[in-house]
Design a binder for this molecule. Structure first.
Ligand SMILES: *Cc1c(COP(=O)(O)O)cnc(C)c1O
Length: 237
């Protein structure tokens, strides 16, 4: 068996165990984070049945989207920091954006979404560990920004995303994820008619904790594709 296929099966079984341990019956989507990895490896993963892929860097991501245009029903997620002068290309090439942390970014994505495409799915990124250096909305800002984003015609608000402060203790890992789940519940109550179905949280080192707290989409890089040439510490600055 190819290593990539083995890794996908391993991660899928970690997800399955966490789902059954938490007594859930719903599905958790595996988002394969392919930043810094070649298009050929993404193609292999696709051949193993993987469909959702996440990219952090715009130019690199757009190159892969274009190279892999022949792969049917592949779903591209932009998950990296997003500057407002880069929104057009994201709006044109991706199906999802997880890292929306300002109304201005959401407005531009909506304005720049090509007419022939369905609305762009977006998540609001939340600075759930309240780290001074990190991007993301503060939890208390979320309801107001969400209400504004819902007015935009060409984006569809699907939920919330977070990258909590790394932590090795599985019990401690659950705290920020629990806060995220509460925040999404609050939004769902405030906007019952909206498809707010997504909690994008959990990575290679904490996906079990995230699933225990209700994650619907885990973003996994290292456990699928191996180590990257640089660390996670600069991914969210
Ligand atoms: C790189 C990255 C991941 C994947 O992290 P791993 O620890 O390699 O699984 C998830 N989310 C975001 C936003 C990332 O930038």
């Amino acid at each position: 068996m190819e290593p990539i296929q083995q890794n996908i099966e391993q991660v899928r079984s970690r997800i399955q165990s966490a789902v059954s341990n938490s007594g859930r019956t719903d599905e958790v989507i595996l988002l394969a984070v392919s930043k810094t990895k070649p298009a050929s490896l993404i193609r292999e993963a696709w051949e193993c049945g993987q469909r959702h892929f996440g990219e952090n860097y715009l130019q690199e991501g757009v190159e892969k989207v274009t190279t892999l245009e022949d792969l049917s029903d592949i779903v591209w997620h932009f998950i990296g920091p997003l500057q407002s002068n880069k929104t057009r290309s994201v709006a044109e090439h991706f199906h999802w954006v997880h890292s929306v942390d300002r109304l201005k970014i959401a407005r531009r994505l909506s304005d720049q979404r090509p007419e022939h495409l369905p609305p762009l799915n977006i998540c609001l990124q939340v600075n759930i560990s309240n780290e001074a250096s990190k991007s993301g909305l503060l939890p208390e800002e979320v309801p107001v920004i969400a209400a504004e984003v819902m007015q935009l015609p060409n984006v569809q608000l699907r939920g919330l995303m977070a990258i909590p402060q790394p932590c090795d203790d599985p019990e401690q890992q659950r705290l920020p994820f629990c806060k995220m789940a509460q925040l999404l519940t609050q939004l769902q109550q405030q906007f019952p008619d909206r498809p707010l179905d997504t909690l994008s949280m959990g990575m290679s080192g904490d996906l079990e904790a995230a699933i225990m707290e209700g994650s619907t989409m885990v973003r996994v890089g290292t456990a699928l594709f191996g180590a990257r040439s640089y660390s996670n510490s600069d991914l969210n600055s």
